[in-house]
Design a protein around this ligand. Structure first.
Ligand code: HEM
Length: 190
């Protein structure tokens, strides 16, 4: 049997983008200072704004029944306040994105909660931040990262095959958006 699970396709067909993210995060030297980390958090806030713009779409709610436990926009907003960084205005750039590609965007956002376990430790150790101050956006969901991720994978793997191509394209667009946001916020003069 060929491997046609959407979750496997997404992992395989966006691996190049994930590698780029890791390189970009290293270059941005996110944990060198609270200022650098604040810039990363601004990118995270803007990205979460783009993703949560879909949350009232009934088709996304149907595809991901536990949608309400997901998303880190409010956490990122509070982190920006903790870090005394300006909170950007509410201007999501994803009004043109609809289901099924919206699910690819959500995949990138949800998957990033896994690597965030490592980032959270760095934020704690190098910058003295925590789940209650400054690093809420990297903290695990109350139910735990793995459990919430496994449920998301189960939702992905129930999507009809005809939608898979659009979902993968959505994920690639989401990575491109995160890259642009990270480059824009981390290339500010110090
Ligand atoms: C230095 C930065 C990063 C590191 C070290 C990192 C690390 C990781 C690790 C270790 C996993 C796999 C966890 C597991 O399988 O249990 C993972 C998964 C993932 N990460 Fe990252 N990550 C980073 C940044 C990002 C960023 C910036 C994004 C998106 C904006 C992202 C999106 C994802 C996605 C979508 C997955 C799920 C892949 C799959 O389908 O299995 N990561 N990351």
């Amino acid at each position: 049997m060929t491997d046609t699970l959407l979750s496997s396709r997404l992992r395989a067909e966006t691996r190049d983008w994930h590698d780029r993210m890791e390189t970009l995060m290293q270059r941005a030297d996110v944990f060198a200072s609270r200022l650098n980390y604040g810039r990363f958090t601004t990118a995270q806030y803007l990205f979460q704004q783009d993703v949560e713009a879909f949350f009232d779409d009934p088709r996304l709610q149907q595809a991901v029944p536990d949608l309400q436990v997901r998303g880190r926009l409010e956490a990122a907003r509070q982190d920006l306040l903790d870090l005394e960084q300006p909170v950007p205005p509410q201007l999501p750039q994803t009004r043109h994105v609809t289901m099924p590609s919206a699910l690819g965007w959500l995949y990138v956002s949800e998957g990033s909660t896994l690597g965030a376990a490592f980032l959270f430790n760095e934020a704690k150790e190098k910058l003295g931040l925590s789940a209650d101050f400054g690093a809420r956006n990297l903290a695990a969901y109350p139910e735990g990262r793995a459990r919430v991720w496994r449920r998301f994978i189960a939702s992905l793997d129930e999507q009809p095959a005809g939608d898979h191509g659009s979902i993968v394209q959505g994920a690639r667009s989401a990575y491109a958006r995160f890259e642009a946001l990270l480059l824009a916020s981390t290339s500010q003069p110090t």
